[in-house]
Design a protein around this ligand. Structure first.
Ligand code: IVH
Length: 686
């Protein structure tokens, strides 16, 4: 970060009053915009404007160290890694919840509560989604966030304050413009990781050969127990709060009033908190979320039913384990039982051998599942999965199905599956790197070449129509193509000789390939499949250098001058260009007249695509559409405002559609959205 401070200023000069005032105003402003963005999902300024204010504050705080304060948004990350966490008692015990999946049990619960309240007192319940994350206690003293403790054994837990400070939806100071801050507030909430962040995290872990997390909950729980707060910060967590554990200097008599207070203090409360007076109300709320959960970007595993009246709660009391006034009404799990018909190995573009389970097809949560990646050798061994096994599969927080476990290890199972010693495609001896098994024959293995070709032609890369997995397979197996450059030599006459090509499809493919001889630089960079270089880095490289030859000859320090490009990436990039075989490929491409278009940096700067809102039912899980939009630099929010770029309306769109129309915000249907996305270099599988 660049600052303009001089040595004299940093030596401890006291900030003059007007600077103190300015810093205070900046903190308030930044905290407000942080809340609008992270808690209320209705930002009023752009990220760039926010960054500008933020930098101004950092600048002042660096110049005048006496300005530093705990509630400054600049203080979220920065604490040193710890050796271990301290175990501390909770302000009030954190109990569990009694739970059921049966409506009958809900009836009985309602009967018990009604009886406890006595004749003439109909219970009033508060209903909330049950968030599937890691439980946490947060403490605010005189409005200042002072402590966060994991659930632990319910009586005491680990103090993870510095990790929780990094979470943007946790206010460092309670908002007081609606109601004054209490002397002390202890609340319970749930730390969650969104499904899209979870998927990104896992994709990165798998790419690195590390073990992926099993669910967003595991990764959230893992993140808050990281000793280094910067790791927690990188996981992009979120916190919803739903229960007041202790309150001093303020009073509420119902849970709903408590939720209102929490909201007023700037905390993030669960969406769609509702009242219910009957089991029927509860059943329909539950039913709503049974379907809505598929469109949400975070995991919920049921709904929570809580008696609203706090005095009545106290009268009913708790068992040692759970309160008698609450019940979790859980969803049926999105798990199914099926059989592994076969385990096979797939070899990817980078030579990694991945075991894949081919399953007897089964529908899980509305999606047909016929195969599941088993990731790597260690995972396969840990789960001891074999052909013929009956297994439990799930789609937990993940559109990607996973095999949870073998149901029963029956006598006479197939022998344990072991990774082959040789690449099943090219026969080269494989090597192991951590849990991964890799075929080293990078330039001779047909599987890797097929992978490189499909990657080259993919939508985010050169976007060559008609050149998918199947075609790549045919081109490689027939020997027509032995490297990327040969794609440009193919003629229609050659293609019609092959199975599956008619005159029209042959000429179509040839012209589709020839049409991409002058690709945009950023697409060309993606197409080459340089390790570590995805869509975003490619865009940055293109914007920074503007010309392919400059990137090809860039030194590591030139690359590292780009924000976000670290040593790992610069090394991967220079290694790629130093590799003789890549030089041959690049020269061969140049020889055939393939030349990336020189780009005006302004064209490639990460455009501010703005925020979009989804409403109604769309043909793909909503998380998939959302992450596709985020992948190209857009953002997604939950509510429509004048600043919304556009609204994507699916079937049965609700009030958000009405609001968009009222505000004159553009409305796209799903097909139009996909078109827009693709036009901007993104992609989505439909
Ligand atoms: S109320 C004493 N409300 O579910 C009960 N809990 O399986 C106070 N949870 O450990 C909890 N969402 O961490 C409540 N809206 C919600 C919740 C919720 C998730 C968690 C909580 C509890 C677990 C029980």
């Amino acid at each position: 970060m660049t600052t303009s401070h001089s040595a004299a200023d940093a030596s401890g000069e006291k900030a003059p009053p007007e600077v103190v005032r300015e810093a205070e105003e900046l903190r308030l402003e930044l905290n407000r915009h942080g809340r609008l963005y992270y808690v209320e999902a209705r930002p009023e300024i752009t990220d760039l404007e926010y960054d500008e204010l933020f930098r101004r504050l950092v600048d002042l705080e660096l110049r005048f160290p006496d300005l530093a304060s705990l509630d400054s948004p600049t203080q979220r990350v920065g604490a040193e890694p710890q050796d271990k966490f301290e175990t501390v008692p909770h302000v009030a015990p954190m109990l569990s919840l009694d739970s059921t999946q049966e409506l009958d049990v809900v009836h009985r619960f309602h009967d018990r509560v009604s009886k406890a309240l006595g004749a003439g007192n109909e219970p009033s319940y508060l209903l909330e989604p049950k968030l599937d994350g890691a439980s946490i206690e947060l403490v605010y003293e005189d409005g200042l966030f002072t402590r966060a403790v994991t659930r632990g054994n319910g009586q005491e837990g680990e103090r993870v304050t510095e990790n929780i400070r990094t979470i943007s939806s946790v206010p460092l100071r309670l908002r007081t413009d609606v109601r004054p801050a209490p002397r002390m507030l202890a609340i319970r909430g749930e730390v969650i990781m969104s499904i899209s962040n979870f998927q990104d995290l896992n994709a990165g872990l798998i790419e690195k050969g590390a073990e992926p997390y099993a669910s967003p909950r595991n990764s959230a729980a893992g993140a808050i127990r990281q000793l280094d707060p910067s790791v927690a910060a990188s996981r992009k967590l979120d916190v919803f709060v739903y229960d007041v554990l202790a309150l001093e200097g303020h009073s509420v008599i119902t849970d709903s009033a408590g939720v209102d207070a929490l909201r007023d203090w700037g905390l993030k409360v669960p969406e769609r908190v509702e009242f219910a007076r009957s089991v029927q109300d509860i059943a329909s709320y539950h039913q709503h979320f049974v379907t809505a959960r598929d469109r949400m970007d975070y995991e919920i595993d049921g709904v929570v039913i809580k008696l609203d009246d706090l005095a009545a709660r106290a009268a009913m009391g708790s068992t040692s384990h759970h309160p008698r006034w609450a019940l979790a009404f859980k969803f049926p799990p999105r798990q199914e039982i099926t059989r592994i018909d076969k385990i096979d190995i797939q070899v990817g573009r980078t030579g990694v051998l991945t075991p894949v389970a081919f399953l007897r097809p089964v529908v899980v949560g509305g999606v047909r599942v016929a195969r599941a990646s088993l990731h790597n050798r260690d995972e396969l061994k840990r789960k001891d999965l074999r052909e013929g096994d009956n297994v439990l599969i799930q789609r937990a927080g993940d559109v990607i199905p996973q095999v949870v476990k073998v149901l029963e290890r029956v006598e006479g199972r197939s022998p344990a599956f072991s990774m082959p010693a040789e690449c099943p495609v090219c026969g080269t001896s494989v090597y192991e790197e951590g849990p991964r098994t890799i075929c080293p024959n990078r330039f001779g293995c047909r599987a890797q070449l097929k992978g490189r070709i499909t990657h080259f032609a993919a939508r985010a890369a050169l976007d060559i129509e008609g050149l998918g997995e199947e075609t790549a397979h045919v081109l490689v197996e027939t020997g027509l193509v032995s490297g990327l450059a040969q794609l440009f030599d193919i003629t229609a006459e050659q293609l019609v000789q092959l199975d599956g090509f008619a005159e029209k499809s042959a000429t179509g493919l040839v012209s589709a390939i020839q049409a991409k001889k002058t690709p945009e630089l950023r697409r060309f960079l993606v197409a080459l499949g340089i390790p570590e270089v995805g869509v975003n880095v490619a865009r940055q490289l293109a914007a920074h250098f503007g010309d392919f030859s400059l990137i090809r000859s860039a030194r590591r320090e030139d690359l590292e001058a780009i924000p976000g490009v670290g040593p790992l990436m610069s090394k991967a990039i220079t290694n790629f260009f130093d590799e003789d075989r890549n030089t041959v490929t690049l020269d061969a491409l140049l020889e055939r007249g393939v030349k990336a278009r020189v780009t005006d940096p302004a064209d490639t700067a990460l455009a501010d695509l703005g925020a979009v809102v989804f409403t109604g039912t769309i043909p793909v899980p909503r998380v998939v559409a959302e992450s596709a939009w985020r992948n190209i630099g857009g953002s997604v929010t939950g509510s429509v405002s004048k600043k919304t770029t556009f609204v994507v309306a699916g079937e049965n769109a609700g009030s958000k559609l009405g609001k968009a129309e009222k505000l004159g915000v553009q409305v796209l249907n799903f097909e139009e959205f996909v078109e827009r996305l693709r036009g901007l270099g993104g992609d989505i599988k439909v």
